[in-house]
Design a protein around this ligand. Structure first.
Ligand SMILES: Cc1cc2nc3c(=O)[nH]c(=O)nc-3n(C[C@H](O)[C@H](O)[C@H](O)COP(=O)(O)OP(=O)(O)OC[C@H]3O[C@@H](n4cnc5c(N)ncnc54)[C@H](O)[C@@H]3O)c2cc1C
Length: 396
């Protein structure tokens, strides 16, 4: 059977097998140390470039693998099961690429996408500001037209790949007065270095690396734009002002499927570690897996993991079929991220004191999981989106 992207099940299996071998040989032995040192995985990024992961969902027309959301989300789950931070390095990058591929001019697609595929230019999405997260229309970063150029001023925060990456899809206000506010929002591709000349853009400054509870290794940073100048032809995505809000929102479905896939990875790892540990650890003369209190936990964790997986596959299938899937992606993201949080906590209880130890992976899962409830639209917003769609699709 061929998926919509033309990848057969055999090809998908071959990709997943190759990734599994890489994780086993080059990733698992280093995760604990790199996580606790909060060290950026440079060598792994080079290996991800060789796999073509930076072009995973980009069309073969531009040199990418053109994978379906279904295959892509299985890759993301596998990687997140090992170290969720790694998936963030290419996921945010592919969100930026998707905006260029979906909305960019032909010139921009031909210019930027091959550079994204090779990993020559890597990056992410720069939407959030100190006073604008969920309410993205409240952003204040401005891009003022000056001849053929834009002059950009403002500060973004929490930007994944902000330090190690070379570019971001940057959400700006091109009209601060217009109502409704979304009409004044545009999207730019913002590189740190001019790819033509290799000269750094002076006005693009990287702030400090932000300290976080989890999601270690990958950099999250403030980005400061101070009279940063870009020409409109190469950088205003789609060549038209006022479309940036829809570009960001249009990318969120794939973004939510990807967070759901990461969450399934965390939930599954917590489950697998617990099933194994419960058979090894003995109290009162028998493995704790034989105590009913532990069995109840394992039963719930298993059912939650499978349900999260199926919701994620369902959303990916709808996305690949080109169907409207905001509700499906919202359900998958909401349910899977809550499953990750619940499983990580239950895994900690099952592991007792060892769950709290930095020598076991459980405390990392416990720190990683809550981010899944926040990123790509908080879970409060997901439930509101789901409810609105339920009413919309079932009007009386
Ligand atoms: C590790 C990390 C990495 C990140 N990476 C990126 C990145 O790469 N790029 C990027 O642009 N951003 C990134 N973010 C930012 C992230 O997208 C925002 O934190 C998120 O959108 C929430 O915004 P906020 O933090 O401003 O919370 P707020 O919007 O202030 O929300 C606070 C609370 O109020 C609730 N709330 C808000 N409005 C409503 C409403 N209308 N109805 C009901 N409840 C509501 C929220 O659900 C939440 O519970 C990252 C954040 C973190 C922590």
């Amino acid at each position: 059977m061929a998926y919509e992207s033309g990848i057969s099940e055999d090809d998908e299996r071959a990709i997943l097998d190759a990734i599994e071998k890489w994780l086993e040989k080059d990733v698992r032995p280093h995760v604990m140390d790199m996580e606790h040192a909060d060290e950026y995985p440079h060598a792994m990024v080079e290996q991800m470039k060789e796999f073509g992961l930076f072009g995973a969902t980009i069309s073969p027309d531009y040199g990418g693998l053109g994978l379906s959301a279904k295959t892509y989300s299985r890759i993301v789950t596998k990687i997140a099961e090992t170290w969720m931070s790694l998936s963030g390095i290419f996921n945010s990058h592919l969100m930026m690429a998707m905006i260029v591929e979906k909305f960019g001019t032909d010139f921009q697609k031909e210019y930027w996408l091959p550079k994204f595929v090779s990993g020559e230019v890597r990056g992410g999405l720069a939407l959030t500001e100190a006073d604008a997260g969920t309410d993205l229309q409240a952003i204040r970063t401005r891009a003022d037209r000056d001849g053929d150029d834009y002059v950009i001023n403002g500060t973004k925060t929490w930007i994944s790949n902000g330090i190690e990456g070379g570019a971001v899809a940057l959400m700006v206000k091109t009209d601060s007065d217009i109502e409704p506010r979304y009409k004044g929002i545009s999207m730019l591709i913002a590189p740190k270095v001019d790819p033509e000349t290799g000269a750094p853009h002076e006005g693009f400054q990287t702030g400090k690396k932000l300290e976080k509870l989890g999601y270690k290794g990958i950099d999250s940073a403030e980005l400061i734009f101070d009279n940063y100048r870009l020409d409109a032809k190469r950088h205003l995505i789609g060549g038209e002002e006022g479309k940036g809000f829809f570009m960001a929102v249009g990318g969120l479905e794939l973004g939510r499927i990807n967070i759901a896939a990461r969450s399934v990875g965390i939930a599954r790892r917590a489950l697998n570690e617990s099933v194994r540990y419960a058979q090894e650890r003995k109290t009162f003369g028998k493995p704790i897996a034989q105590h009913q209190a532990i069995q109840l936990k394992l039963g719930e964790m298993g059912a939650r993991t499978r349900a999260a997986e199926l919701l994620t596959e369902d959303a990916a299938r709808a996305y690949d079929a080109g169907e409207r899937c905001d509700m499906e992606a919202g359900m998958a993201k909401y349910f899977a991220s809550e499953a990750a949080v619940a499983n990580a906590l239950e895994a900690m209880r099952i592991h007792g004191g060892y769950g709290y130890s930095k020598e076991y992976p459980i405390e990392r899962l416990y720190r990683e999981a809550p981010l899944m409830c926040i990123g790509e639209g908080t879970n409060e917003m997901q439930r509101i989106i789901i409810a609105k769609q339920l009413v919309e699709r079932n009007k009386v």
